[in-house]
Design a protein around this ligand. Structure first.
Ligand code: GDP
Ligand code: IMO
Ligand code: MG
Length: 432
């Protein structure tokens, strides 16, 4: 896969509903990259990296941390400074030295965004099931031009002026929803944010400039997506989505890098599908099989601990994800979780109102009514979690991988068979 580099700028995104295993793949790829950068989302993300049996759960710090790469947080991220600061401290206390830069324009998640997220969710008759991290309300403020930026936290007078300007509207919004408006200008919170700003001051940078210079100097840059294609605020299953642009194209706009600079787009895709929070998922299994996948795959949220909903691989959604992202290659994760299941089903189409569909309908309500059409694949029983050569996989496991490639029209260049770095099978590059 792209680990055998001749490349400079790679974008990696989640191809499903998030939690595909992006953290593991970014950590692996980071060995061959100089810079790893987050371009969207916030601490709603939970990216797991397992190295030498030790588990790191990263929410804001990019997953190239363990390899000691230059880490960047781009201006398209919504950043809770408390979470970032405690993550930096936790990693550094374990001896991981971080070389991290945060863009001055990064939107800051304020305590009132979290308050608003909670109040709004409580008031909804039909819940979204947000992570309650204030993500949506922080992005609302960015678009409404009422945001606090990273640069404001390093300048107390500027933060004060900004809160004077935008504070009253926030207080009214919270009061109207039955919340406590004093959270907006609560002095201890502001002092704490300013203190974190003071500590992070030396790490504030211009991410677009850094990345462009890195590319001019022929360094390798890896953009780490958060969430997944169907949580995208434009192309996902609205309203059950996050509030950022999660597909590959968003990396260029959010980072301030021209689109012609992109060399590779890697999609991370799980061998089955999961979703945490509400919203349609046509292949969801509400039976024993779904529970078995959850337990075997450890499908509990990295950020909220919520149980993830599990289902069969959905190649109809998969194809849309390939279109949305323009993947040049795929990494298939968690194949080991399917060991012992026979047959394994793949959703190859939907039935909706008596018609067969090979591509998802646009309306979320229609997607929710789709009935999956399945194809059966024979399973395998051998433990595959220590296999490192593709040809050593059981024939039925290889047939499954290759069937997914056929259905998606993109090569699977890495197959992950466990959470550890070493539990990864790289496939040979095809001959030219
Ligand atoms: P992300 O949000 O896409 O980075 O994914 P998460 O970290 O939230 O969830 C993926 C989970 O699966 C983590 O606990 C990983 O350690 C684990 N994982 C990743 N790849 C594999 C794999 O191939 N097999 C198994 N069994 N677990 C994996
Ligand atoms: P990673 O990067 C899975 C989901 C939430 C909820 C919806 C909106 O680890 O793959 P939000 O708090 O963003 O407003 O919630 O999006 N969600 C995720 N699901 N993985 C994630 O991130 C997610 N980030 C948000 O559960 O349904
Ligand atoms: Mg996750």
């Amino acid at each position: 896969m792209v680990a055998n580099l001749k490349t400079m700028f790679t974008i990696l995104t989640g191809a499903q509903f998030g939690d595909e295993g992006k953290g593991k793949l970014v950590d692996l790829l980071a060995e061959n990259y100089d810079v790893v950068v987050r371009f969207q989302g916030g601490d709603n993300a939970g990216h797991t990296v397992v190295v030498g049996g030790k588990k790191y759960k990263l929410h804001l710090v990019p997953s190239g941390a363990i390899f000691g790469r230059r880490l960047l947080i781009g201006p398209g991220v919504v950043l809770n400074p408390r979470v970032l600061w405690s993550e930096i401290q936790a990693l550094e206390s374990e001896g991981i030295k971080l070389d991290i830069g945060i863009d001055a324009k990064t939107t800051i998640i304020m305590p009132y965004h979290i308050e608003l997220d909670g109040l709004r969710e409580k008031a909804r008759t039909e819940k979204i099931g947000t992570t309650n991290r204030g993500i949506g309300f922080a992005y609302v403020d960015k678009t409404a031009r009422e945001e606090v930026q990273m640069g404001d936290l390093t300048d107390p007078a500027r933060l004060e002026a900004k809160l004077q300007e935008i504070g009253p509207a926030k207080e009214k919004a919270i009061a109207d929803m039955g919340g406590d408006p004093t959270v907006v200008r609560y002095a201890p919170f502001i002092d704490e944010y300013l203190e974190i700003g003071r500590r992070l001051k030396e790490r504030v940078t211009d991410v677009s400039r850094e990345i462009n210079i890195a590319l001019i100097e022929e360094k390798n840059v890896l953009a780490e997506g958060a969430q997944g294609a169907f949580l995208d605020v434009i192309h996902g299953t609205q309203k059950f989505v996050t509030s950022s642009f999660t597909t590959a194209g968003s990396a260029c706009a959010n980072l301030g890098v021209g689109p012609v600079m992109v060399d590779n787009v890697v999609g991370v895709i799980k061998a089955y599908i999961t979703r945490v929070g509400e919203g349609p998922m046509p292949t969801e299994l509400k039976d024993e099989m779904g529970l078995q996948m959850r337990e075997k795959g450890g499908e509990y949220g990295t950020t909220t601990g919520r149980a993830r909903r599990c289902g069969w691989f959905d190649a109809v959604l998969g194809l849309k994800s390939v279109y949305l992202n323009g993947y040049t290659e795929l990494a298939l994760t968690k194949l080991d979780v399917l060991t012992g299941i026979d047959p394994i089903k793949i959703c190859i189409g939907y039935e909706l109102d008596g018609e067969q569909l090979g591509y998802p309908p646009e309306a979320t309500a229609d997607l929710a009514r789709c009935q999956p059409i399945y194809e059966d694949m024979p399973g395998w029983t051998e433990d595959i979690s220590e296999i490192i050569e593709y040809d050593d996989l059981p024939a039925n496991a290889r047939a499954y991988v290759e069937r997914l490639e056929d259905l998606l029209g993109v090569g699977i260049s890495a197959v992950s068979v466990g959470p550890g770095r070493e539990q990864t099978i790289y496939r040979d590059e095809p001959e030219d």
